[in-house]
Design a protein around this ligand. Structure first.
Ligand SMILES: [Zn+2]
Length: 283
């Protein structure tokens, strides 16, 4: 189940599955509560879509203030609709080069780092190992989903962190729904390698057109990777149907902003243990 909440002016959704992990902060933000105008109204978080830079900066400031997370602690990928995964170790510098972070997923166990996915129709997918405290943010659009990016992230978490799929939770935020996602045959064919494609791809109302259910495609990928069905949830909101609340690339004809979705492992609470020489206190 997804819950709606608000911090300052910013309206956002939370997954109740992820909310049950007390070491996490996360939000699937709406487009509401920001400073941008017109096509970008109002909480546009992308500098790359033609919005005025100072307005996007103001939106980032609002987000940072509302959630009390320093601006520098947000990590934003340069999403390129592929399936490369950035792994960030718990300590040290993670910017090993000056190149853009051309990745569509990021996995980390580093506290206080808010990993972000920008969306306007694609699926923002968060995966959490609630036992080992490893988190992943995934940009699962049509291409990434067809490349199996969700399954790839689960595999990486198993291999690199020893995570067990049974311990993983997954939440998918607002995205284009099966009600609105018509694709052509070439796009549908990208899924022909999936034995269960019939479960998330159906013939559209028009010749040569197909209806694609990205949530179902990702849900099956995660289930096939071993996640229990009860550990996977989706918002059930379609960005095209709900253009009032979300940016939608399809719904806007291409010129629009991006909402932000982020998740962070909360830093350790400072140790307040009072040390004393009195052995009586060590009970
Ligand atoms: Zn729809």
């Amino acid at each position: 189940m997804f819950l709606v909440d608000k911090k300052n002016s910013i309206a956002y959704l939370e997954s109740s599955l992820l909310k049950s992990c007390d070491f996490l902060t996360h939000a699937f933000c709406t487009r509401r509560g920001g400073s941008s105008r017109d096509d970008y109204k109002s909480m546009n978080m992308s500098f790359q879509e033609g919005d005025e830079e100072f307005r996007v900066l103001a939106n980032w400031d609002k987000l940072a203030t509302a959630f009390d997370i320093p601006l520098d602690n947000f990590l934003v990928l340069n999403q390129v609709h592929k399936d490369d995964i950035l792994v960030i170790r718990p300590h040290g510098d993670y910017f090993t080069s000056r190149e853009a972070l051309n990745y569509d997923a990021v996995v980390t166990n580093r506290p206080d780092l808010a990993i972000c996915i920008k969306t306007a129709d694609c699926v923002p997918l968060f995966i959490v190992d609630r036992i080992k405290k490893v988190i992943a943010a995934v940009h699962a659009g049509r291409s990434g989903t067809a490349m199996g990016i969700g399954a790839k992230v689960v595999r990486l978490m198993r291999d690199e962190y020893g995570s067990l799929p049974a311990d993983m939770l997954a939440a998918m935020g607002p995205c284009i729904g099966k009600c609105c996602y018509e694709v052509d045959t070439a796009a549908a064919q990208a899924f022909c390698g999936f034995t269960n494609a019939g479960e998330f791809l159906s013939e559209g109302g028009r010749r040569g057109k197909w209806m694609l259910d990205l949530i179902e495609a990702n849900r099956r990928q995660l289930a096939d990777s071993g996640l229990p069905a009860d550990n996977i949830e989706a918002s059930g909101l379609c960005t095209v149907c709900r253009k009032d609340a979300f940016f939608s690339y399809r719904g806007s004809g291409g010129i629009t902003g991006r909402q932000i979705n982020f998740m962070m492992i909360k830093g350790e609470t400072p140790c307040r243990t009072y040390f004393t020489d009195d052995p009586g206190c060590l009970h």
